[in-house]
Design a protein around this ligand. Structure first.
Ligand SMILES: Nc1ncnc2c1ncn2[C@@H]1O[C@H](COP(=O)(O)OP(=O)(O)OP(=O)(O)O)[C@@H](O)[C@H]1O
Length: 601
């Protein structure tokens, strides 16, 4: 995949073909209000971010930065407010144009960085894109983010060493960049990094957004002055209220206008944070000044137009959209507040704000209707169900192979099989061995119920965060994931019990070849059932500790009611055996062992 520079350039050219297939997008959010658990977190937050530019969202801890990004990405419901991409409201297909890089690094720990990126590319890039181009895209992102040297390193986890914190942050961003999003939302990409690594990461992002004309919004806690000067625009939040929105370079002037002066050579970011954590009076002063800024000439026209629209609606002005008589030939100037204005439109002069405001509903509905219908089918899933199933099976197998093929599992099963085989070694065909024969049969079924159940029960809760993250960016269907998971874990479920039955059955000297085949088949079915039961418990409970407790109750009850340990249950509890899957397996095993068998002496 990583070969000569010439080849790399060629690949970049072809990758570029897919990147520039559609134009880049401007993000506009207006009067965002969010309440979570009855707590009003965001109050009328507005702002915009342009292609090729970096918008930084800053504010003290708990001021609502993450909530704002989540609301823009459509992952947190808004009480009110609009999010517009190039003038269109945020629809489901448009959400896929946004990538949201979470603060925490959520990955499969057993995959290498290269595997992670390749599987992400295969899952999230469209089927129509040739495999070679997908790999070229991975190659390009790897070079842009400078992570080539750690491609073969495991992602790792708390208990297993892997990528460093900075490398994980880059890996996180790389996975999202693969889909060539129009808008990138980064939540605290530099948290936990030293200043040098943080600077290099932000520089990578700045360069990437400039070269590829991407719109980038990032939250950041306390940037160094070097990082601060990279920002094009700045949105300050103070306890969920807007404290500033405008050019990053003019923030100091804004504070000076309130009589809050930043001394030369002092980091403007530190200065601003100090002021926003100051007394209530200072905080109110800042919030009120930001409010006044919204009424001033410095406030962007596109945001003003939206303010006016709300004002017009509140005053009950008639909206032509309500009448349903849209004249498409009348004044064909773009109605999306100048987004994509051509020179002819510009000559016609600025479109009156009030006029723009009254037109907003019309443009959104007209443009959306056609675009949405067109995108509805194109953008629902990036890949077909079959691709998702196939790639997820491979990925899950790679991720779980350490667990599936671990030497410990293999040795553990062989040792138990040999011990059981020796304890019940070549049972003579006498009446005294009937109880032992039943015991060995029961033991095999219980053992191969317990093992698959205990593996599968914890796998969903462990993977849930990764699956949630991937599914919220629309990567694949749940059905594809579930079936892929079942398929990839089949080897564990079937191969080990096959070997186990082979050893114990013949060592114990049970009833001949055909009984062996029937016995093997029922052990396989029992294992599959136990695996499925484990998945169901895992999905239903989702808490690892609780899962283990519930699965213990389930397996022990199935065992007790299985028909071997208890034969004289009270009549009013006799029905319980029918709820035990081991009861059915055990009785089939007993039938196979004692019918059509040589007579007992
Ligand atoms: N599910 C929730 N229930 C109640 N309050 C919440 C919930 N989620 C967030 N909040 C509150 O909303 C406020 C804003 O949280 P948010 O995570 O957006 O802040 P932040 O600026 O990103 O903080 P930090 O910089 O520490 O990450 C906080 O006071 C937080 O306690």
């Amino acid at each position: 995949m990583y070969t000569s520079a010439v080849e790399h350039k060629e690949r970049q050219k072809t990758a570029h073909k897919y990147q520039t297939s559609s134009r880049e997008m401007e993000l506009l959010f207006h009067n965002i209000n969010v309440t979570i658990n009855k707590k009003h977190i965001l109050h009328d937050i507005s702002g915009m971010a342009k292609p090729g530019k970096l918008l930084a969202v800053m504010g003290p801890s708990g001021s609502g930065k993450t909530t704002l990004l989540s609301a823009i990405a459509g992952r947190v419901p808004r009480d009110k407010g609009d999010v517009l991409l190039d003038g269109q409201s945020l629809s489901k297909p448009l959400k896929r144009k946004i990538c949201y890089v979470l603060q925490s690094d959520i990955f499969f720990a057993n995959l290498t960085l290269k595997e992670t990126l390749v599987y992400t590319a295969l899952l999230r890039l469209p089927d129509s894109m040739p495999h070679k181009e997908k790999m070229a895209r991975v190659d390009e992102i790897v070079n842009s983010l400078d992570i080539k040297k750690c491609l073969n390193t495991l992602i790792g986890s708390i208990s297993q060493r892997g990528l460093s914190g900075g490398e994980k942050k880059r890996a996180n961003i790389a996975c999202e960049l693969l889909t060539n999003p129009k808008i990138m939302l980064l939540d605290e990409p530099t948290s936990g990094l030293d200043s040098c690594t943080a600077f290099s990461l932000m520089k990578n992002m700045k360069d990437y957004s400039a070269v590829h004309n991407k719109t980038v919004v990032t939250t950041i806690h306390q940037p160094s002055s070097q990082i601060f000067h990279m920002f094009d625009s700045l949105l300050l939040l103070c306890e969920g209220h807007m404290a500033y929105f405008g050019d990053a370079g003019k923030m100091v002037d804004f504070f000076s206008s309130m009589g809050l002066h930043c001394t030369p050579l002092y980091n403007p970011a530190d200065f601003m944070m100090e002021k926003m954590k100051d007394s209530d009076e200072v905080q109110n002063l800042i919030i009120n000044s930001a409010s006044a800024l919204r009424q001033s000439d410095q406030w962007p026209n596109k945001l003003k137009a939206l303010d006016l629209k709300i004002l017009a609606n509140n005053k009950g002005l008639t909206n032509r959209n309500d009448k349903g008589d849209i004249d498409e030939t009348e004044d064909a100037r773009p109605c999306n507040f100048g987004f994509g204005m051509n020179s002819e439109d510009k000559e016609k002069g600025p479109y009156p704000l009030v006029h723009q405001a009254s037109e907003i509903s019309i443009c959104i509905s007209k443009e959306m209707a056609s675009k949405y219908l067109q995108q509805k089918y194109d953008d629902r899933w990036p890949t077909s169900w079959w691709t998702q199933y196939h790639v997820l099976t491979r990925r899950n197998f790679t991720q779980s192979k350490a667990k599936i093929w671990s030497k410990i599992n293999l040795i553990h099963s062989v040792v138990i099989a040999i011990i059981a085989g020796l304890l019940w070694f070549q049972l003579p065909r006498t009446e005294e061995t009937i109880a032992d024969r039943k015991a060995v049969i029961f033991f095999i079924y219980v053992y191969w119920s317990f093992i698959p159940l205990s593996y599968s029960v914890s796998s969903f809760p462990e993977e849930r965060t990764v699956i949630d993250k991937e599914r919220s960016s629309g990567a694949y269907r749940l059905s594809a994931y579930y079936l892929a998971k079942m398929t990839s874990e089949l080897p564990l479920t079937l191969l080990l019990p096959s070997g186990f039955v082979l050893i114990v059955f013949w060592m114990a000297g049970l009833n001949g070849f055909w009984a062996y085949i029937g016995f093997w088949a029922t052990v396989m079915l029992t294992s599959l059932f136990a695996q499925a039961a484990g998945f169901v418990i895992g999905v239903a409970v989702m808490d690892v500790k609780l899962c283990i407790s519930v699965s213990k109750i389930f397996i022990l009850t199935s065992m007790l009611a299985g028909g071997f340990l208890t034969t004289n249950t009270p009549f009013w509890l006799d029905w319980i055996k029918y709820l035990s899957f081991i009861y059915y397996s055990y009785h089939i095993g007993v039938i196979l062992e004692f019918t059509e068998a040589p007579p007992f002496r």
